[in-house]
Design a protein around this ligand. Structure first.
Ligand code: GTP
Ligand code: MG
Length: 221
């Protein structure tokens, strides 16, 4: 656990190397409700830095990162080539977020959920999102083919105990199964990981978020 990500692991390639990274790189679309931690996650992914708690900057527009590479694994042997990471404003809501998947056709969708919110409000967001995503994926063959990974993050893990974590996981799993088993197939829907995450500076360090990035690197290679 806690596969270390090299401190200098984020490279912004230049010239031909940038074109090569762009060509084989993946688009990662970051979705989820307001203040779930999407921007903090996108920042860590790109820059490898975590902010202290409480720094809040609401996102008003779709924000695309430049092309970059994250090296993971003990010796940085595994590379996550990111064509662009796309951060989104949470206030637009779950239906708009599902629509964005159809519009952008990303290789990966990372859904961040705020674990401090009530289980019912989180389940409701997931229900609306997954229901609409079902429609988008059924209609869009190209979207479905390109989408390699969906990952759900229970963020702000530092703020909740084990029983709430279990309850959230169970409710999120139910919505994924209910709506995505048809468009993705039962096996693929069941394989969508629901991972714990912390996207700010805490005493727990960066192990959880590093695991998320390692997962993405392994599955998007
Ligand atoms: N305790 C705790 N706070 C977090 C964590 N991740 C994010 N936050 C806090 O949550 C707030 C919102 O984080 P953002 O990354 O701006 O959330 P967002 O999803 O981009 O929000 P919008 O842009 O409004 O959609 C900030 O005050 C962060 O400090 C976490 O893992 N733990
Ligand atoms: Mg934001």
């Amino acid at each position: 656990m806690g596969a270390k990500i090299q401190a200098k692991g984020r490279a912004a390639p230049k010239g031909l190397a940038r074109l090569r990274t762009y060509a084989k790189g993946r688009e990662i679309l970051v979705l989820g409700p307001s203040s779930a931690g999407k921007s903090k996650f996108a920042q860590y992914l790109r820059l490898g830095t975590l902010d202290p708690e409480g720094l809040r900057e609401m996102t008003y527009h779709l924000t695309k990162s430049p092309t970059f590479v994250v090296h993971v694994g003990p010796d940085g042997s595994l590379a996550l080539n990111v064509r662009r990471a796309v951060d989104t404003p949470g206030q637009t809501g779950p239906i708009q977020h599902a629509t964005l998947v159809g519009e952008r056709k990303p290789h990966a969708v990372v859904v961040l959920l705020d674990s401090t919110k009530t289980v019912s409000s989180t389940a409701r967001w997931m229900s609306l999102f997954c229901n609409h995503l079902d429609t988008i994926l059924r209609r869009g063959h190209h979207t479905r083919r390109k989408l390699r990974e969906i990952v759900v993050l229970l963020n702000k893990r530092d703020k909740i105990g084990n029983s709430k974590l279990d309850e959230l996981r169970e409710n999120v799993r139910a919505e994924l199964d209910r709506y995505l088993a048809v468009p993705l197939g039962k096996k693929r829907a069941a394989a969508i990981p629901i991972l714990e995450c912390i996207a700010i500076q805490t005493a727990q360090g960066s192990d959880l978020i590093d695991n998320v990035i390692t997962y993405l690197a392994q599955h998007l290679a």
